[in-house]
Design a protein around this ligand. Structure first.
Ligand code: NI
Length: 254
């Protein structure tokens, strides 16, 4: 089987001692490509550099809701400049996070909205982070839609009803390690309901490792466990479809 990891944060300090090894690991593990995702300007710059340096890494650039209060005034120009790199394939992760509320809601909404407009202007898909904010995120996305270039609700964590609403808006659902957690019946129901055509696989590494590695650091090679869990739920091997979804959304040329 081959795999893609549409959401990794290899720029993070968790990988500072063995990043090269982790990248070799996933190249040997049948990973077609990885989308490395930025969360602020500094690590979006690093992320874009990684994709220049490594064949199988593409990058996404953007300001995470947590970082929105620290976004520099000219952040939109900086993102636009970075997007000129051919291997920058998306804007993200952007969105709303009311669970931690590291940035005030109003600022989160402003920075989210501005980046959605930027993505439209640049004709790029979006990678969306939503936590405890499905209602507000949905109404913002609905009012700015349709998104011609599409996007993904990364690490989807709501129920089937929300899942169908976002799929109807034209979004993929990003499924990662939590699909392998024994108690996560709701997410397995979501996967069954929306089917393989509406799913992207991801790790969100270094976070959210699959069941066998819980409590440890996650890495792109572990996306295999996510694909196996999805195959089990759907009832047959959908790994090629999961790759095709990601290739189409991010218009990746290998
Ligand atoms: Ni992330």
């Amino acid at each position: 089987m081959n795999f893609v990891d549409t959401h990794a944060h290899l720029q993070m300090k968790h990988f500072e001692n063995d990043r090269e090894e982790i990248i070799k690991n996933f190249e040997n593990a049948g990973i077609f490509f990885v989308i490395n995702v930025g969360t602020n300007i500094e690590d979006s710059i690093i992320s874009a550099e990684f994709s220049r340096k490594y064949n199988k890494i593409f990058s996404s650039i953007g300001i995470h809701p947590h970082d929105s209060k620290n976004a520099p005034e000219n952040y939109l120009e900086k993102l636009e400049e970075l997007s000129k790199n051919d291997k920058v394939v998306a804007i993200g992760e952007i969105g709303l996070d009311y669970f931690r509320n590291f940035s005030p809601k109003e600022i989160q909404q402003k920075v989210f909205t501005e980046q959605l407009l930027l993505a439209k202007e640049l004709q790029l898909p979006v990678i969306i982070h939503i936590r405890d904010a499905y209602e507000d995120a949905y109404s913002i996305l609905e009012s700015f839609g349709p998104f011609e270039k599409g996007g993904v609700i990364h690490s989807f964590s709501a129920d089937s009803e929300w899942a169908l609403k976002f799929v109807k808006l034209g979004f993929y659902l990003g499924i990662g390690g939590p699909i392998t957690y024994k108690k996560n019946k709701i997410l397995r129901e979501v996967v069954r309901m929306v089917g393989e055509d509406n799913i992207l696989t991801e790790t969100d590494c270094p976070y959210l490792p699959p069941q066998p590695f819980r409590g440890k650091r996650n890495e792109p090679a572990y996306v295999k466990y996510v694909v196996e869990a999805i195959n089990d739920i759907i009832g047959y091997d959908v790994s090629e479809i999961l790759i095709k979804n990601a290739v189409e959304l991010f218009e990746v040329n290998l």
